[in-house]
Unconditional design. Sequence first.
Length: 106
Amino acid sequence: MTVQLDSPGIETAEQAASTEVELVSADVELAHLFDEIQQLDAQILEVIKRRCELSQLIGVAAKATGHSREAQNHEMQVLDRFTELGKDGNTLALTLLRLGRTRLAS
């Protein structure tokens, strides 16, 4: 990336060099942040897959033992746990519950 000396607010070559260093540093920081988000997304995906497996196991066990009402109570607690995220938290909780009822493609 280059900074032109005739850019508004750039008066000296030293300022231009300093501005370019700041921009490069910001680009490196952005790349690092995007990488971190990508790593978190991968972790979140793995955790969601595991949660779905557990939820499906619970569903089978609850039906077999007649504890389906208890399983429903636990689902309501899931909704409560995500309320701190507001309406989107409710949507996320409902999505997790729905995913737990369906088989995920491997």
